[in-house]
Design a protein around this ligand. Structure first.
Ligand SMILES: Cc1cc2nc3c(=O)[nH]c(=O)nc-3n(C[C@H](O)[C@H](O)[C@H](O)COP(=O)(O)O)c2cc1C
Length: 159
């Protein structure tokens, strides 16, 4: 079982393991890595954004999608509130237009994916650096923080 959504660091991995998951999937976090094939400015935008910079579009169409907050997603949400139908927003939400964000680096060009977890993303490491850091820090959390919470049998006997 792989946990998905909202993971970017070792604390999340350890929490997911505690809940019974075998691992985590990361979407937004891997967008802000050296190897990610998107424009550098979008990687930097993810680093700059906090957890509040997302929007929920398509809610009125019962097909909710969390995307980066920008001129287009804010406009789409406002139009939906006014009763817009899909035909009215089709041009704004087009996948081809959203793809241009990753190519041009203009974060307001279309709809693009980003989760609230962008609030936890502060750098653009290589994938190897990112994964080894998460594993190293997860082991430290388990060893020092969690291990320290166990009352060992010998300690009880001594009391
Ligand atoms: C580049 C990218 C594309 C995505 N495309 C879709 C999609 O087509 N459909 C969907 O349901 N979710 C999509 N998602 C949302 C992922 O399902 C979601 O990000 C995943 O659960 C991981 O969450 P996280 O971004 O908080 O790590 C996309 C996410 C990213 C980063």
């Amino acid at each position: 079982m792989i946990a998905s959504g909202g993971f970017a660091d070792a604390r999340g991995l350890v929490a997911a393991l505690a809940l019974g998951a075998d691992g985590i999937n990361m979407g937004t976090r891997f967008m802000a890595t050296k190897e990610s094939p998107i424009h550098q400015l979008i990687k930097e935008k993810i680093v700059a954004n906090d957890e509040r910079e997302t929007e929920l579009i398509f809610r009125t169409m019962r097909n909710t999608s969390r995307v980066a907050k920008n001129e287009i997603s804010t406009k789409v949400v406002a139009m939906e509130k006014e009763g817009a139908k899909f035909e009215d927003i089709r041009e704004l939400v087009a996948g081809a237009r959203g793809k241009m964000v990753y190519v041009s680096g203009n974060s307001d060009e279309g709809i693009w994916s980003a989760g609230q977890v962008q609030g936890l993303i502060q750098d653009i490491p290589s994938c190897a650096e990112l994964v080894s850091r998460i594993v190293r820090e997860a082991e430290a959390i388990i060893r020092s923080r969690l291990e320290g919470m166990i009352v060992h049998p010998n300690a009880q006997a001594a009391e």
